[in-house]
Design a binder for this molecule. Structure first.
Ligand code: CS2
Length: 494
């Protein structure tokens, strides 16, 4: 075993003997990018692209200042402070090969909790030109069925009353833009990197809904000055495990408290629509296009929905990883059939992309045996994910007389999953969902009202009023409650 070296700026030269480290001078970097939501995905994706860009162009303006707005961000804040923003990215190839690299693009980190002013100052700083977001599908604060801003959220009500004590991304961005406007500084771009169709448009609509209640003239300024590019982001990034940390220590000799592992594939397609300059990301493979919508839709309805299909059905069967699902012939065939028969028919034409090879590549990526992406990560926050990934496909197929069987089984399985919280053999499932209690309450009423679960309008819209859907769903839910051998029903649909 090698001697272990603590990952931090001081030790970088020493570490460079055993691992790729940043060759640019981090101490000279300005934080042109402020990023809210420094989870694994930001660190495997945008921060990685930025690291490559800094290597390639030595541009000094585009360091990242990470920001956390919630108490739950304290751990990453403390780890990154201790490690001077450095962390290891472990790219896991299907053949078992691993590439390790130290990422240096995060040069600062601020935690808003208890000291919101530091974050607001950072966003209002003249160096800041883009505020980017990975705040998850649920973080945008809209009602998925109506698409309208949720003013009833207590945090929103609080920050509208006390604008100097913001809680959500809307309160923070508003306070920072207000400062910039008063100081005569240009606005920054708000760059959403979440898995939401038209993510930039949604961020814009929600922010304006918020600001209009706060100060109409500021809202007008934002409307005119702030750009919100839409983007499609992609890289499968499982939750970091203690095995990742130990292996890094044993094989490379680095002590890194929170590395990130991910698949080799990476993609970022974004609209070239920025308020105040942007990094030359095209230098490192990012695609700039005039309209990203068809790409976004393709990715969300195939990849993300595909994940949820495997996740929910896999959880009930008793699989704990996505690659375990992909070792099962029934799951692979089911996934492909879902993509071909239900998701693809409602997609728009995607220029330059052969959908059939895109789907082949998804199957390969899901099957990567070294990623071990957990079913619990995929199923987490399904109440926010399915209304974006899967339920719109059902609605669109109902409108166009398309197939809905394969998607409907997933909804029926999700009801059972939310109610029993057990796999088919009775083993407990770990369910992570902010609406977990509501989902369970609604699903528990299934025995007396078969449609109780899908009557949750904020999630399903008017699905419970569509007879073609409800006939199918009722039969499926009835069957699963009688016998949770989910593969039996999957096979029957193939
Ligand atoms: C996953 C995504 O959260 C999920 O359910 O589908 O995190 C997925 O791995 C990424 O979007 C891949 O780009």
């Amino acid at each position: 075993m090698k001697n272990t070296i603590q990952l931090n700026q001081k030790n970088l030269t020493q570490l460079s003997k055993q691992i790729t480290v940043p060759s640019y001078d981090r101490t000279l970097l300005k934080a042109g990018l402020v990023h809210i939501g420094v989870g694994g995905f930001h660190r495997s994706h945008q921060a990685f692209y930025t690291d490559m860009l800094l290597e390639k162009t030595a541009s000094l303006e585009w360091g990242i200042c990470g920001v956390g707005l919630r108490e739950g961000d304290r751990k990453i804040y403390e780890v990154l402070k201790k490690q001077d923003g450095l962390y290891t990215l472990i790219v896991k190839h299907p053949d078992g090969n691993k590439e390790n690299r130290i990422i240096g693009s995060i040069v600062n980190f601020e935690l808003g909790v208890g000291q919101p002013e530091t974050v607001i100052e950072q966003m209002a700083h003249p160096d800041t030109r883009i505020v980017s977001l990975t705040i998850t599908e649920g973080g945008y604060n809209f009602n998925p069925a109506t698409g309208e801003f949720d003013y009833d959220n207590p945090d929103i009500q609080h920050e509208l009353r006390s604008p100097h004590d913001p809680k959500t991304v809307y309160g923070y961005i508003t306070a920072a833009l207000e400062k910039r406007r008063i100081a005569g500084l240009p606005a920054f771009t708000v760059m959403s990197c979440d898995n939401i169709e038209h993510n930039g448009d949604v961020a814009r609509k929600m922010l304006l809904a918020y600001v209009n209640r706060y100060d109409k003239s500021l809202a007008k300024w934002i409307e005119e000055e702030v750009c919100f590019p839409n983007s499609m982001v992609d890289r499968i990034t499982p939750v970091t495990t203690s095995a990742d940390i130990e292996t890094l220590e044993k094989t490379v000799g680095i002590s890194d408290e929170w590395p990130v592992s991910c698949e080799p594939f990476i993609q970022w397609i974004i609209e070239d629509n920025f308020s105040n300059g942007r990094p030359q990301f095209e230098e490192v493979g990012v695609q700039f296009v005039p309209n990203v919508k068809p790409y976004e839709k393709m990715k969300l309805r195939l990849l993300n929905a595909g994940h949820s299909v495997l996740g929910i059905l896999g959880a009930i069967h008793g699989y704990t990883t996505i690659n375990a699902c992909m070792e099962d012939e029934t799951f692979v065939r089911y996934l492909r059939a879902f993509m071909d028969k239900e998701a693809t028919p409602v997609l728009d034409e995607v220029k330059g992309i052969d959908l059939s090879s895109y789907k082949d590549s998804l199957l390969e990526r899901f099957a990567n045996p070294n990623i071990k992406d957990s079913v619990s990560r995929i199923c987490s926050e399904s109440s926010a994910k399915l209304p974006k990934f899967l339920i719109p496909t059902i609605h669109e197929n109902l409108n166009g007389q398309g197939n809905i069987q394969l998607s409907t089984l997933v909804i029926a399985a999700w009801c059972y999953y939310s109610d029993r919280q057990k796999d088919r053999e009775g083993n407990s499932l770990e369910i992570i969902d902010s609406l977990g209690a509501e989902l369970q309450k609604a699903s528990r009423r299934t025995q007396t009202d078969q449609l109780a679960f899908v009557k949750q309008q904020a999630i399903f819209g008017d699905l419970a009023k569509n007879k073609r859907f409800t006939d199918l769903y009722s039969e499926m839910v009835n069957n699963i409650y009688k016998d949770a051998d989910i593969k039996k029903y999957m096979d029957a649909l193939l």
